[in-house]
Design a protein around this ligand. Sequence first.
Ligand code: SAM
Length: 221
Amino acid sequence: MNRKLVRTGDGSHTIFVPELGEHYHSIHGAVQESEHIYIRTGFLYSEKNPVRVLEYGMGTGLNVLLTYIHASRTDRKVHYHTVEKYPVTSAEKDLLNLSELSGCDDPAIFDRIHGCAWNVEVKLSDTFCLYKEKADFRLAAPGSGFDVIYFDAFAPEVQPGLWSAEMFSRVFALAAPGAVLTTYSARGQVRRHLNAAGFTTEKLPGPPGKREITRAVKKFS
Ligand SMILES: C[S@@+](CC[C@H](N)C(=O)[O-])C[C@H]1O[C@@H](n2cnc3c(N)ncnc32)[C@H](O)[C@@H]1O
């Protein structure tokens, strides 16, 4: 897959896939978007500790890095499982300025996130375990009991099969009672599929350049 490095509105990098016409993040600001949608609306909204996080689409590793930073600041213990079929290469990773622009005080962490082995659990610190699963979203087997889910596939217009009712039913089964799922898409069809799977959804204001985003909760029954 051909990929290009792009600088976004807040100065942080993202990746563009010309073949799909898709960016990995908002062109208005990659760090700004991830902080808003995945960290504040998802990770910090959940009060679970220890917390099990599941991500669909590791991409640049920005969400892993930001979660690591915020978990350290808030003293939370994290098991982070991320699924990715097309990992960025080491050469691509070296060009990204995400470690510098994310407020990380340990530059080695971003390298370790990318450099650690796939399909095994790795301890990044005493309180943060990372499992990178190299798999297609539809075939992933991440286990269950997740408290926070970052749903970060390419857009539904581009990959409709990854935003299907069937996919969200599978995700619902992996979620713990009380779990929160966040995604940048606020499309009606996406919310209907999430609701049909059993989630309760709400639209929330998005980051700059995006009017609305979705938060879905698996209510305690
Ligand atoms: C929007 S980007 C994710 C951005 C990422 N969260 C980050 O912080 O950089 C979508 C990701 O999904 C991955 N992807 C696309 N189709 C996939 C599939 N069928 N199974 C697994 N991963 C897929 C892409 O390679 C890309 O990394």
